[in-house]
Ligand binder design. Structure first.
Ligand SMILES: [Zn+2]
Length: 316
């Protein structure tokens, strides 16, 4: 049973918004774009493996979590986690095309494309080992004697994977359900009730990655981020406010709720709170009352009075 379903991360949405609102010639544009593609590829891989797990049937109770971060000795993140009464299993998912070699000493992942081009990446092995170690610590702390297994899953690789490492299980996406089914299940370590408790505990302790606003996370002055409301039809940033609607001077569309996405992007990218003045500046408004209407209608928490009124978004 899936208890934490796949969802595209807010971080991914924020990176897309940032690359849209950063001038092409900005010194950090290229690295932000690269990070955006890296995260999108990771999400696509995890989604594909998660789909396989949705159809997983086991003769015992089991729970599947997507993207869960916990505090052990320090914060660590697992792409996929499965818990059963017999074992826990961490899956580290990689979305890398080509022929892949996992090298050790030093750990590296080398891939060769059909064109012959070779790239090297950080190996997923040490990260998987670290996650297994940290999860063991958490289990020990709570006297949970559940063995922890781990595997690296290549989500889309079709090519033969050469490997000179023999410590880690390497799987292709299609192999995941049968691999999980084959794991030895003799004596259950946890009762169904204890498994239920562990599931609740993990959900409660999950710390989502929220490095917002991205301007501070990437040390980009907020003033360098392009302001304005975006047209969802042609992506032009700088829609004009008309009574009760927004107008795109480029494609001439009207969009009643165009500001809703902009308010999300403000909090993801710009600042942790918004004032009436910030709103007028970011939404390119010259009317204080328009800004008040937008802020009051955006489901924000309000503190202070008059000029000192600040609004916060509670769910980011
Ligand atoms: Zn437009």
């Amino acid at each position: 049973m899936i208890v934490k379903a796949f969802s595209q991360s807010l971080y991914s949405e924020a990176l897309t918004a940032l690359s849209k609102r950063l001038p092409r010639l900005h010194p950090k544009y290229a690295s932000i774009k690269e990070e955006q593609y890296r995260i999108a590829a990771g999400d696509a891989g995890e989604e594909a493996v998660m789909k396989k797990l949705e159809s997983l049937t086991l003769p015992c109770k089991h729970y599947v979590f997507h993207n869960i971060s916990l505090y052990g000795d320090s914060l660590f993140q697992m792409d996929l986690l499965i818990i059963t009464p017999y074992f826990a299993m961490i899956l580290e998912v990689k979305n890398i095309k080509g022929t892949i070699e996992l090298l050790t000493n030093p750990s590296q992942l080398k891939r060769t494309l059909e064109t012959g081009e070779v790239h090297t990446f950080d190996s997923p092995e040490p990260q998987l080992e670290e996650s297994m170690y940290q999860l063991t610590r958490i289990f020990k702390e709570h006297n949970i004697d559940l063995p922890i297994r781990g595997a690296i899953v290549f989500a889309f690789a079709k090519n033969y994977i050469k490997t000179i490492t023999n410590q880690t299980t390497i799987l292709l996406r299609n192999e995941v359900p049968s691999y999980v089914r084959k794991i030895n299940r003799e004596n259950p370590i946890l009762s169904d009730a204890d498994l239920e408790k562990l599931k609740e505990y993990l959900l409660k302790k999950d710390v989502p990655f929220k490095p917002f606003p991205l301007s501070s996370y990437f040390s980009i002055p907020a003033s360098e981020i392009k302001s304005g409301v975006e047209c969802s039809n042609c992506s032009f940033i700088g829609m004009l406010k008309l009574p009760r609607t927004w107008y795109c001077p480029k494609c001439r569309k009207f969009e009643h709720k165009a500001h809703e996405q902009t308010i999300r992007e403000y909090f993801l990218l710009y600042k942790g709170f918004i004032t009436n003045k910030d709103c007028r500046q970011f939404f390119q408004l010259n009317n204080l009352h328009e800004a008040t209407r937008i802020l009051n209608g955006s489901n924000l928490m309000k503190t202070g009075n008059g000029k000192n009124t600040k609004y916060f978004k509670m769910d980011f």
